[in-house]
Design a binder for this molecule. Structure first.
Ligand code: LMR
Length: 331
């Protein structure tokens, strides 16, 4: 009798402990990114956190957002993810080259005429298939997130390709971007985002390419007196997680987290254009950087100089993928 009582007490205690530890150990999703909080990606991350908190799994899942390369730069984040140290990230599509060549399609200069074309391509069959291009490496593409079109900032005015010749430009870790700047006889340097401001300020580099949102929120405009509105390339992201983490989420939790993520991505995509427009206006209002509009003839010179890069990468990316992306301009 006494033994039985003891045994059931032990079982009860174990049950309490288990329930206690389930309560004490919610699932933590660390979302690491490199940009400021007031950017499309920064706001999307905060939105995701809020939506998870408000959802029915809010007491079981904790979202921690780490902006501004606080936790990892984009060059380490995917490795950290595969090691289980971070669960969610949204690196620029230019930063997956180590894992797949196909996503480099998004870096081809002058490929997309506008963000509507980008949207059409990303939601097409080819675009959706590219979300699975990291699966053999253990990473899941959970969706595309917009920032917008890149502009060229520099210490001197850039109007025609010859103006870039001999100048040093920071680029993301992408061979396509390297070839793009080599095509205008410039010197590209692959550097982490977190180092760009300092390199511009100390004139270790002459320029860089980015969206208005990043140029504004990282204060690049304060140390770059000229911004050429070139719209020459795309800066978009892929939201990724490791397959083992995501597929290992309990079956009653994953759908709720996925729903929150889809909603947050839709929100980020909705505000991206407006964010970039506001950042552009804030730069103009600051009077610190002059925005240079290209004439049609000047822009064509950049197109003619940079477009041969497509051919250089057609085998690596796949001509069919390039053709599908180019066709998205037709509406
Ligand atoms: C960059 O490195 O310039 C961008 O990828 C930063 C970002 O995430 O927008």
């Amino acid at each position: 009798m006494r033994t039985l009582k003891l045994a059931s007490l032990t079982t009860l205690a174990a049950g309490v402990m288990m329930a206690g530890s389930a309560l004490a150990d919610p699932i933590t999703i660390k979302f690491s990114h490199v940009v400021a909080e007031n950017t499309p990606k920064g706001q999307m991350a905060e939105k995701f956190k809020d939506l998870v908190e408000q959802s029915s799994v809010g007491d079981r899942v904790d979202v921690e957002v780490y902006p501004n390369s606080q936790l990892y730069g984009d060059d380490q984040v995917l490795e950290a993810m595969l090691l289980g140290d971070v669960q969610l990230a949204a690196p620029a599509l230019s930063k997956f080259q180590k894992y797949t060549d196909q996503l480099q399609v998004f870096d081809l200069p002058f490929l997309f005429e506008d963000m509507d074309a980008v949207e059409r391509f990303q939601s097409s069959e080819t675009g959706q298939k590219l979300l699975t291009s990291l699966e053999s490496k253990g990473l899941l593409g959970l969706g595309y997130l917009h920032n917008g079109m890149k502009q060229l900032s520099a210490s001197e005015p850039l109007r025609v390709p010859e103006d870039a010749a001999g100048k040093k430009f920071r680029i993301m870790t992408s061979d396509v971007l390297e070839a793009q700047f080599e095509a205008v006889d410039a010197a590209p340097l692959k550097k982490p985002f977190s180092e760009v401001f300092m390199m511009l300020q100390t004139q270790a580099i002459d320029g860089q390419e980015n969206t208005y949102s990043n140029i504004y929120s990282q204060n690049f405009y304060e140390v770059q007196p000229y911004i050429t509105e070139s719209n020459h390339g795309l800066l978009d992201y892929m939201v990724v997680s490791s397959a083992s983490f995501w597929n290992g989420l309990p079956d009653d939790v994953r759908p709720e987290v996925e729903k929150a993520l889809d909603e947050a991505v839709a929100y980020g995509n909705e505000i991206a254009a407006q964010e970039n427009q506001e950042a552009k206006q804030a730069i103009i209002d600051s009077g610190k950087s002059e925005i240079i509009e290209l004439t049609a003839e000047q822009r064509q010179q950049w197109v003619d100089a940079m477009k041969p890069v497509w051919e250089q990468f057609s085998d690596a990316i796949g001509q069919d993928v390039i053709d599908a992306a180019a066709a998205s301009n037709e509406g």
